[in-house]
Structure formats: structure tokens, C-alpha cells
Unconditional design. Structure first.
Ligand SMILES: C[S@@+](CC[C@H](N)C(=O)[O-])C[C@H]1O[C@@H](n2cnc3c(N)ncnc32)[C@H](O)[C@@H]1O
Length: 253
């Protein structure tokens, strides 16, 4: 989600009339819809600009992940790869794989990452992560999981590719327990899942994860006096949204 800038969504709502909101049927059609939408975001430069909104919540998450220099990390729904690059620098003896359903996002990510030898980007869908089982010691996903057509399957796939004792960390700004984001569902051009923290935790447990927990990460970014975007009614609502913060759900294999 791109909170601060004017989104590409108004434009997309008109030409995506075949999308039935709430019709979250996983399969090739849903994948294609997501790919096309996020390719448009990539073309509009949103892959890069999301760093501004997501870093304030990703930064404390990295602190909690207790990353070791030897870790192998997968960044699911990596977008233009800014976070994958941060991670690659923190694991000089390990490897980072950034994965995204949007081939355009992956083009942007690769172009900006040629100097990092321990970082690769792959086009892929979370329901079928193109990697061997038991490989990664950490998995992270920032602001992606509520778009996944079948989040339960996506979380099971993350579990599959994690090594024993590996941990998964999923950050979500659009969730039921924060009332200030609920209106995003109507504004987005693709179907989304508005789940509660308890529901996300349940999906983790059902996938096999242990030590499942969640916490809220308030966003300390100062709120401007006036808000001109379309995600919130006004600056007061944006400030209230940030004060509650993002949902971080995590668990261990
Ligand atoms: C809001 S963007 C966030 C991108 C990035 N994590 C960031 O913080 O800048 C959501 C990303 O998730 C990707 N995505 C959505 N559904 C996906 C799926 N089913 N499998 C893999 N990636 C997906 C999109 O292509 C998009 O790049």
C-alpha cells in the first residue's frame, strides 16, 4: 500500500470491470489479475516509492528478526526490491531471494541490485514458491499477504521453504483490528482479505508454525497538517491509523 502519494487506483478501477470484489478464487486468472495490476504499479514507479511508507514499520521488524550474517532470507512480494537489498547487506555470508508475482516489479528490482552478489530475484506466486523445501532461515513479507488469493496456502508454502527453526514475519497494514484502513478495500482494484490478528495467527498455526504471536508496530512518521491523498478522510484519520500501527504476525517452524 502506498499511503502518502496519489495512488494509481482510480485509473485501474475503470478498466478492471471483470474483477468481482470479494471473488477470491485462487487460480491462473487471479494470478494474472494481480500481475497486471502490480505491473501497472511498477510502471508508475510505485515499487520504489513504497519504501517511504513501509520502511518505518519494516525497520523494527528487522530488529525483532535477529538476523544473522549467515541467514538465507526470502522476501515474499518483494516489489521493487528495496527491502531485499537492505537484507542482503545484513547477511554477507548468506543469501536473499526476492520473489514477486509481478515481472515488472522484478525487472525494477534486478536493475537496481546488480552490485549485490548474494541477492537474486525470481518471478513467482506465493502459492507455489519456486524454491526447494527447508532452505531459508527467515521469511519476510511486507504489505503483500492480504492480496494473496489463498493466504492459507501461501503461509503453508512459506512453511515448506523454511528450514527447521526458521521464522516467518508478515507485516500487514490492512487488517480488521485497525478500523482506519477498512475503506481501502473499496478503493483497491484487486480483491483483498481483511482478516483480524487472531485470524492471521490461526493461519500460521494451521500451517504448522509454533511460537505464533503478533504485535502492533505504530508508525512514528510525523503526520502532515493536511492530507490530500485518497486513502484517509483527513490528516487526523491518518494519524490515528499510524498510532495503532501495522500488524506483525510471526512464527517458527
Ligand atoms: C503493496 S506491494 C508491497 C511491495 C514490497 N513488499 C514493499 O514493501 O515495497 C505488494 C506486492 O505483493 C506482490 N504480490 C501480490 N500478490 C502476490 C502473490 N500472490 N504472490 C507473490 N507476490 C504477490 C505484488 O506484486 C506487489 O509487488
Amino acid at each position: 500500500m502506498l499511503i502518502s502519494a496519489q495512488p494509481a487506483l482510480a485509473r485501474c478501477n475503470s478498466h478492471d470491470s471483470r474483477i468481482r470484489r470479494g471473488a477470491l478464487v485462487a487460480g491462473p486468472e487471479a494470478d494474472q489479475t494481480l500481475r497486471e495490476e502490480f505491473n501497472r504499479w511498477a510502471d508508475a514507479g510505485k515499487g520504489e516509492s513504497m519504501e517511504h511508507d513501509h520502511w518505518p514499520i519494516a525497520k523494527p521488524t528487522l530488529g525483532l528478526m535477529q538476523i544473522e550474517p549467515t541467514d538465507n532470507i526470502v522476501d515474499v512480494g518483494c516489489g521493487a526490491g528495496w527491502l531485499s537489498r537492505v537484507l542482503a547487506k545484513r547477511v554477507p555470508q548468506g543469501r536473499v531471494v526476492g520473489m514477486d508475482i509481478s515481472d515488472e516489479m522484478i525487472h525494477h528490482a534486478r536493475r537496481a541490485s546488480v552490485d549485490l552478489a548474494n541477492l537474486v530475484f525470481v518471478v513467482g506466486e506465493v502459492n507455489e514458491i519456486p524454491w526447494e523445501a527447508n532452505f531459508f532461515t527467515r521469511a519476510i513479507s511486507v504489505e503483500s499477504s492480504y492480496y494473496w488469493p489463498d493466504p492459507a496456502k501461501g503461509i503453508r508454502e512459506i512453511y515448506r521453504v523454511l528450514h527447521e527453526n526458521g521464522s516467518a514475519w508478515i507485516l500487514i497494514n490492512y487488517y480488521r483490528d485497525n478500523p482506519y484502513c477498512h475503506q481501502w478495500g473499496e478503493k483497491l482494484a484487486v480483491p483483498t482479505h481483511l482478516l483480524s490478528a487472531a485470524e492471521w495467527e490461526k493461519l500460521f498455526r494451521e500451517a504448522g508454525f509454533a511460537n505464533v504471536a503478533h504485535r502492533l508496530l505504530p508508525d512514528p512518521t510525523p503526520t502532515p497538517e493536511t492530507y490530500t491523498g485518497r486513502w484517509f478522510r483527513d490528516a487526523k484519520e491518518l494519524a490515528a491509523f499510524r498510532a495503532i500501527g501495522a500488524l506483525l504476525v510471526h512464527g517458527t517452524k
